[in-house]
Design a protein around this ligand. Structure first.
Ligand SMILES: Nc1nc2c(c(=O)[nH]1)N[C@H]1C(S)=C(S)[C@@H](COP(=O)(O)O)O[C@H]1N2
Ligand SMILES: [Mo]
Length: 403
């Protein structure tokens, strides 16, 4: 069954889809706020990306980019595996290198194959509850991506003409019309993909396409429910955050529970105060004072780096109003800190446009009810198009900065 045509079909799909996965992945790094040192790894040397303020409009921006990154990344797995299977004979060419050009080609293939497998493994493990490696996912995935990108660009440059030529060698329509009995090998090729002395086929070529395409569809069905919601959530059995969190207004994905974040419930009760810094002097507000401020209700997505997202109806006070209350109505940025004492996600720095967007809230309620403790009671950040990781829960203070 192996041959340049089949390999080229898988290759063509990957050639279209993987650049989207790469681009949205790099955008995710930028969305994390490298300018404020919040993107991980913070210091990437000459691999620094052009940095710009992440827009806070449209509100679904990060939901879209990160949904595409993780969603397409996952459904491409069967196609990547099929493509690797289709070129297995190349793995065993001997001698492994014949010339300098050949060595360069082999190294680029190592970067391509090693890179894509590394990105798949680290990516998949990061969206499960437990990431088991001793190194930072973000650092590994970022540098792994560049290894893969280098291999990918080199590979496309070398193979594109051959891919186009092979795709033209037969029509998809004729392949789809050919039964197993009529299936014959592709003509022998110089790369040795085609078996010189093949066994009779056990599957038609359209059968292989159906198996791989079906695998992709299956992964899509098993993962999409995490974001699509409704009854499809029950189908998201491959991913941990599709499941239910009880009924009612607070029944949506929880990233880290109050228990894991070691939130002391005593600090979220009557004693809770919001501290606003950045003005002439600190301003301390209790719950009643916050409730007396103008309240706004908006539908906004919460979109995690893990690819899931969910739109909920949030009610709270505008961050812009809090900035004014603090005495700095036109802040350059704002540092939000949580009651959570440990962990990398207990504070975040928001850009000016994120603070001043009229839909950017310090939310107290969701879907008409108080936030549950797991969703950040008594107060959490929700900002249009902001990556979920910066929607800080259990907010204790906001420091409005000049720059
Ligand atoms: N204090 C604090 N805030 C946090 C986190 C955290 O671990 N601690 N996790 C963040 C991440 S990664 C996401 S995706 C969202 C998830 O919010 P949820 O648990 O209400 O869905 O909260 C964010 N806010
Ligand atoms: Mo997240």
């Amino acid at each position: 069954m192996r041959g340049p045509w089949l390999t080229s079909v898988f290759g063509a799909v990957l050639l279209v889809v993987l650049p989207i996965v790469i681009l949205t992945g790099l955008l995710s790094y930028i969305a994390y706020g490298p300018k404020f040192g919040m993107a991980i790894p913070a210091d990437v040397g000459w691999l620094k990306l052009p940095s710009f303020d992440w827009p806070s409009n449209p509100s679904w921006l990060y939901r879209l980019t990160q949904g595409l990154h993780v969603g397409l990344g996952l459904i491409m797995i069967p196609i990547v595996l099929a493509k690797l299977w289709s070129v297995i004979p190349r793995l065993f060419t001997w001698p492994p290198a014949r010339s300098v050009a050949n060595v360069i080609e082999r190294v680029s293939l190592l970067m391509l194959v090693g890179g894509v497998l590394f990105e798949i493994v680290t990516g998949v493990l990061n969206i499960q509850y437990d990431y088991i490696f001793g190194f930072s996912f973000y650092t590994a995935h970022y540098f792994g991506a560049w290894v893969f990108i280098a291999g990918f660009v080199a590979h496309v440059a070398v193979k594109l003409p051959k891919m186009i030529h092979s795709l033209r060698s037969r029509s998809m329509r004729s392949v789809l019309a050919t039964s197993r009995a009529d299936t014959v090998s592709e003509p022998l090729d110089e790369d040795g993909l085609v078996a010189p002395d093949p066994d009779p086929p056990t599957l038609s070529r359209r059968g292989i396409l159906a198996v791989v395409g079906g695998g992709t569809l299956l992964v899509a069905v098993l993962t999409a429910g995490q974001t699509v919601g409704g009854w499809t959530r029950q189908l998201a059995i491959l991913l941990p955050r599709g499941r239910s969190y009880g009924n009612g207004p607070n029944d949506f994905q929880i990233n880290r529970t109050a228990l894991t974040a070691r939130i002391d419930p005593a600090l979220t009760g009557e004693r809770w105060r919001l501290q606003l810094l950045g003005g002439p002097q600190p301003v301390v507000l209790d719950r009643a004072m916050l409730a007396a401020m103008p309240q706004h209700t908006v539908d906004l997505p919460l979109a995690c780096v893990e690819g899931w997202s969910t739109v909920q109806t949030w009610t709270g006070v505008r961050l812009a109003d809090l900035a004014a209350a603090a005495g700095r109505p036109q802040p350059g940025s704002a540092i939000v800190s949580s009651l959570e004492r440990f962990g990398a996600f207990n504070h975040a720095r928001l850009q000016r446009n994120q603070v001043l967007n009229p839909d950017a809230l310090l939310a107290f309620r969701v879907n008409g009810a108080d936030l549950s403790l797991d969703h950040g009671y008594p107060a959490r950040i929700i900002v249009p198009a902001l990556p979920g990781v910066h929607c800080t829960k259990w907010v204790a203070s906001i420091d409005f900065r000049e720059v």
